[in-house]
Design a binder for this molecule. Sequence first.
Ligand SMILES: NC(=O)c1ccc[n+]([C@@H]2O[C@H](COP(=O)([O-])OP(=O)(O)OC[C@H]3O[C@@H](n4cnc5c(N)ncnc54)[C@H](OP(=O)(O)O)[C@@H]3O)[C@@H](O)[C@H]2O)c1
Length: 234
Amino acid sequence: MKALVTGASRGLGLGICAVMARRGDEVFAACRKTTPELSALGVRVVEGIDIGEVAATERLRSAIGKEAIDVVVCNAGINVSYTFGSIDKLDLDAVLEELRVNTVGSARTVQAVLPNLASGSKVILITTSGGTLGRNPLRGGSYGYRMSKSGINTFGFLLATELRPRGIAVRMISPGPVNTDMLRDLAAVGVPTAIPASQSPSIYAAGQTVLGQIDELTLEASGSWIDQTGKAWA
Ligand SMILES: NC(=O)c1ccc[n+]([C@@H]2O[C@H](COP(=O)([O-])OP(=O)(O)OC[C@H]3O[C@@H](n4cnc5c(N)ncnc54)[C@H](OP(=O)(O)O)[C@@H]3O)[C@@H](O)[C@H]2O)c1
């Protein structure tokens, strides 16, 4: 299998690249700047990919060329509008940044590799349960992050509808709590998390779970939104 993973420098993206590399998949690991952990995997590291920037499209295209891509994992993301459910204190610039990177950046990634996808290819959008309306949120707050993930979910439903006739499946995956900088940073500024980072799955365990959920995806299940247990949510 040949894959493209964004946000591969650290966290869940690094974990997904590691488990793919371990089983012999070919991986284009897109990142802004590589890390020793990523460089050590022996995957094809593509640096200079800031998915919030227009230039990312041409950079990805020139790195991948005409090679067929079986799986694209839109994983890169940020969570910076930490405000505790208080609209009056909401930093709207932070909200805009989350929409730019998380939502538009995922759409940009898909747009960039669309010519490389064919019947049987899969598009994976990494989302979060807090971005759904169907699941009762654990708490208020994180407006921008959750709005941006709602946008990803809507993007995924639309994309699944458009790409189904071409045989390309789309799945939104919420990885649940993972022991990454993102979760640790939230705790550091006092945002309550469902599980402390230290008790959450490692990036490698979570990467393995996500890879299993990619492998089992069929065209019939395209457009589905699942959590780390495989449970589907509206
Ligand atoms: N950790 C959790 O508990 C959790 C739960 C639910 C969903 N998620 C989702 O899982 C995904 C990965 O999160 P994580 O926990 O691994 O976060 P993380 O540890 O903070 O890592 C974020 C990754 O995204 C990259 N990134 C950030 N902004 C970028 C940009 N503008 N362009 C390209 N890459 C960018 C980072 O690259 P740099 O190294 O260059 O900054 C890094 O590789 C995110 O979509 C997140 O929303 C995580």
